[in-house]
Unconditional design. Structure first.
Length: 250
């Protein structure tokens, strides 16, 4: 296992038994007091977790990791927010590879898949100040040891896939250590991040029927734009840029 004893003790980590959403809880704390960079809020039970585009993240108490991280930025421009998404997605992929989770992919913008099963979701909420990206709240939900996902046929946990039970604190420790490095945007190359991210795109270069802006479109995912939108090439060679809520997967 990982040997990072004491690492969690050097960080500002707040643990709660239950909350509605770790992102919302962290925002309430921010409105009451100034929080340090890389403040982490971890919840044993998240009662009303929020995913991308307002979806709900269901999590069984004590079985999974649900946490949010406040990260301050100094040099990112307002239009560079997707760089954070790419760096965070790739960090999670790295950890899951260490755990020998197979068939890993990123379902745009930042769901982590194992085969056709979702094992992790991310919700990033950015705060802008003029032309700069001031800070972000990084909400992460990982299906770790949960074994029942009633009504969610496309969800799975690390335990279901690997057959192993994982220690939540050890996994959190490893994730936070890597995030602390990967989210240092001064040391990141945007082109390298984009290339690595595109290589892992779920269903990339696979012909399928997508629903784009409520129309059925036959095409294939090719990559992402500079703004972080999903690029779909139709069967007649037309390229479509898709934003959130504009595309549904088959």
């Amino acid at each position: 296992m990982y040997s990072y004893q004491g690492f969690l003790n050097t960080m500002h980590i707040i643990k709660v038994n239950a909350t509605d959403s770790t992102n919302l809880h962290l925002k309430r704390l921010m409105s009451a007091t100034a929080l340090k960079d890389f403040t982490v809020l971890v919840a044993d039970s998240q009662l009303n977790g929020i995913g991308q585009a307002g979806t709900v993240w269901n999590s069984e108490p004590g079985k999974n990791l649900t946490f949010s991280v406040l990260k301050h930025f100094e040099k990112l421009k307002a239009d560079q927010g997707f760089t954070i998404s790419m760096a965070l997605s790739l960090t999670l992929i790295e950890v899951f590879r260490e755990l020998e989770i197979p068939q890993l992919a990123i379902k745009w913008p930042n769901d982590i898949m194992s085969g056709n099963k979702k094992i992790c979701g991310i919700l990033i909420e950015n705060t802008l100040k003029g032309s700069k990206l001031k800070q972000a709240i990084l909400g992460i939900g990982i299906n770790v040891n949960q074994e029942n996902f009633s009504g969610l046929p496309n969800a799975a946990s690390l335990k279901q896939i690997s057959g192993k039970t994982f220690q939540l604190d050890v996994l959190l420790n490893r994730l936070l250590k890597l995030m602390n490095t990967s989210l240092d945007m001064d040391n990141q190359n945007a082109e390298e991040l984009s290339s690595a991210y595109e290589d892992l795109l779920y269903m990339r270069d696979q012909i399928a029927i997508y629903e784009i802006n409520e129309e059925q479109v036959e095409g294939m995912i090719r990559g992402i734009s500079q703004a972080g939108k999903l690029l779909v090439e139709t069967k007649n060679g037309k390229e479509i840029e898709c934003g959130l809520k504009e595309i549904k997967y088959p």
